[in-house]
Design a protein around this ligand. Structure first.
Ligand code: ADP
Ligand code: MG
Ligand code: MG
Ligand code: MG
Ligand code: MG
Ligand code: MG
Length: 662
């Protein structure tokens, strides 16, 4: 959620004068972190999830589901409870933490302390998630529910969609035609960020999602719910002057993106080299997991022709000027900037020999003066050795599919990597399944020395494909042909000591059985004969989601095959295996299409609702029934065999417990 310092944030015109100051000291602070911590090593695997919730108020009488703007009250109510848990218990347990988020209807929860690499951690994630949800639920009103839903279907639609009601005309920060000021967290960081993005850009943000055309949707579609002629703020005419495209769902405020919920995972690495390897390896996985977790087909009261939140958030904080976006020749600004500050990763960063320069094939602007300072390692401002605020300021306003997190100064925390592309799932069973899958994949990557590199421009192309309607079923993605390549690594295995040793067979695993998921691995030496003299274009192909996850046969066992092979090296009890298999089975069935993505299920729910007029509109009543259904699904009351395994019971057998501190 970013840095929440005390102080008075400046409006953009003022802040701009300090931009170079912040950049200068941000770089110094980063160099200081680097100097002090680059040799830090030996950190154990630790990891944790972040889950974001929307609080929905169900008004049964008017059949309206509204966003409850109750964040402050709930956090205040939760605090004494979590404090009490801390002191009242004999056992030393980890108390979950709740954070505010951008939306005043949002909460974020994280486990009280990070998980370790022990198998028991993997087995307790779901229970911990359930416990956190239950805790949130217990502090809500009777008609309020905490849902893990990526985008609220009627945020910014006509009528009443918040509780209490506020009129969009008061939206001074965003000047939105659709959402009121009060959807934004009142901490001064958020309204200031919202307004400054608009001011820096020189106009409101403009997001246009392709509309899903149904039988009765008028063509061309000129949205009747846009107040085209409102004349309250100077930016109001933008919509009719070209910002709102026909045949699209137009959105004009930061809240449409930052008001979405997601599922994030953070892993601690042994040292910085391993963190860089992990970061790179997970870059191509980002779009794959986005498509597989797709859960957001409904926006501003309409059905969209996309399934994911990503481009909405990217657009919602896109503060680039027209010059920077390439719409005008450069005059005031220094650079054309290809992407929003919220987007997919720009560069692979590992120094491992697997990372060939050809993979960083996107042209990127950079400031030569800053680059020089970093290379020459210019320091030093005394203050910058004790504070990292300027660095964090830059870091926390750049949101990519992966985030590289340096250790905080003077803490026990090491180098970490955060995986950020996944959409939050409606049930904690699914959230746990994807968390466990990614944790295991991250272990497989390190222990089997897997190579997922494809040119980063192909990762970007995958990001755009991942958001298309039914991408998990209908789309192919660029993927590396041989994840054990170059060839020498196919006949080489990492043993328990981490040394490379040749063994027979195609791909191999450590023979060593271990209870803890391993963390530290030295890199392989490069192949003696050097890289095959092949061009990078021959290294990848286009695969379906089923092929990427479930494999193409002997050549490639699929990501799931790799995870399963890794699992065979662990010493696990039968009931442990069964539980993990249930998670992996969900991943498998999503990918082979025998279970739907949430996005597909949600779209079909709307289209089969008796009140739906096949006009792409998600009415208040449909939205209400959908929210009720989502809650019932989560609690195991409503059976949805096309979405979840038939033995899913909701919280019936597991109301959730806390993880013991390890
Ligand atoms: P942010 O919002 O900046 O990503 P949060 O504090 O919300 O950060 O979430 C951090 C996540 O990282 C939590 O899941 C937490 O359990 C986990 N975590 C905390 N310490 C470590 C650590 N040393 N290594 C790995 N993960 C950690
Ligand atoms: Mg968050
Ligand atoms: Mg967080
Ligand atoms: Mg954050
Ligand atoms: Mg966040
Ligand atoms: Mg995070």
């Amino acid at each position: 959620m970013g840095l929440l310092s005390l102080g008075t944030p400046l409006p953009w015109d003022e802040a701009k004068k300090y931009a170079d100051h912040v950049r200068y000291h941000g770089i110094s602070q980063f160099l200081n972190i680097w100097d002090r911590l680059k040799d830090r090593t030996g950190d154990e695997l630790m990891w944790g999830d972040e889950i974001e919730y929307m609080i929905v108020n169900l008004d049964a009488q008017s059949k309206n589901a509204k966003l409850s703007l109750c964040q402050t009250e709930i956090l205040n109510r939760l605090r004494p409870t979590t404090d009490q848990l801390d002191t009242n218990t004999d056992e030393c347990i980890a108390i979950p933490t709740f954070h505010p988020e951008y939306g005043r209807y949002m909460l974020e929860s994280i486990p009280g302390s990070p998980y370790t690499g022990a198998i028991t951690s993997l087995l307790s994630v779901e229970s911990n998630m359930r416990y956190r949800r239950r805790l949130a639920r217990e502090h809500l009103k009777d008609n309020e529910i905490p849902i893990t839903f990526t985008s609220f279907p009627r945020l910014g639609a006509p009528g009443v969609f918040t509780e209490p009601y506020y009129d969009p005309s008061d939206a001074v920060s965003s000047q939105s035609l659709f959402v009121p000021e009060e959807i934004t967290n009142p901490h001064v960081r958020f309204p200031t960020l919202t307004a400054n993005i608009r001011r820096r850009r020189g106009s409101k943000v403009a997001i246009n999602l392709p509309l899903y055309f149904d039988e009765n949707t008028p063509r061309p579609f000129i949205d009747p719910t846009i107040p085209w002629d409102r004349n309250l703020y100077p930016e109001d005419p933008e919509a009719k002057n070209g910002a709102a495209l026909p045949d699209h769902i137009y959105m004009d405020a930061m809240g449409f993106g930052m008001g979405c919920c997601c599922l994030q995972l953070t892993f601690q690495s042994c040292n910085v080299d391993e963190a860089r390897r992990m970061y790179d390896a997970l870059i191509p996985i980002g779009p794959i997991m986005l498509a597989l977790t797709a859960a957001s087909p409904l926006w501003r009261g309409y059905i969209a022709d996309v399934d994911c939140r990503w481009n909405v958030i990217a657009g919602s904080v896109d503060d680039r000027t027209e010059e920077e976006r390439g719409l005008k020749p450069l005059k005031e600004n220094k650079f054309r900037i290809p992407k929003s500050r919220y987007d997919s990763v720009d560069l692979y960063i590992s120094e491992h020999w697997m990372n060939r320069p050809e993979y960083n094939d996107n042209p990127l602007p950079f400031d030569p003066a800053i680059y020089d300072r970093l290379r020459k390692h210019e320091l030093i401002d005394q203050d910058d050795t004790t504070s990292t605020d300027h660095f964090e300021n830059i870091q926390s306003t750049n949101w990519q599919t992966l985030r590289f997190k340096p250790p905080p100064l003077n803490s026990s925390i090491g180098w970490r990597v955060e995986f950020r592309s996944m959409e939050v799932q409606m049930t904690d069973f699914e959230n746990a399944a994807f968390a466990v899958f990614i944790v295991l994949l991250s272990r497989a990557i390190m222990s089997m020395n897997l190579n997922f590199y494809v040119p980063i421009s192909k990762v970007d192309e995958n990001m755009s494909r991942a958001q298309k309607r039914n991408a998990a079923r209908d789309t192919k993605f660029f993927f590396r042909k041989d994840v054990f390549s170059p060839p020498s690594s196919r006949t080489t295995s990492v043993t328990s000591s981490g040394a490379a040793s040749p063994i027979d067979g195609s791909h191999t695993l450590p023979h060593h059985k271990e209870r803890k998921l391993r963390n530290c691995f030295p890199a392989f030496p490069p192949p003696e004969e050097g890289w095959p003299n092949e061009c990078v274009q021959n290294e990848y192909e286009e695969l379906t989601m089923d092929e990427i996850i479930n494999g193409t046969g002997a050549q490639f066992p699929g990501l799931l095959g790799l995870v399963r092979e890794y699992l065979t090296t662990l010493d696990m009890e039968e009931d442990e295996i069964r539980k993990i298999e249930a998670y992996l089975d969900l991943v498998k069935r999503r990918a082979n299409g025998t279970l739907k993505t949430p996005a597909t299920w949600i779209r079909e729910f709307v289209r089969s609702h008796p009140a739906y007029k096949f006009d792409s509109v998600v009415s208040q009543e449909i939205n209400y029934d959908l929210m009720v259904a989502v809650d019932e699904i989560e609690r195991g009351i409503r059976r949805v065999p096309d979405l979840l395994p038939t033995d899913y019971t909701g919280g019936a057998h597991d109301q959730g417990t806390l993880t013991k501190k390890s």
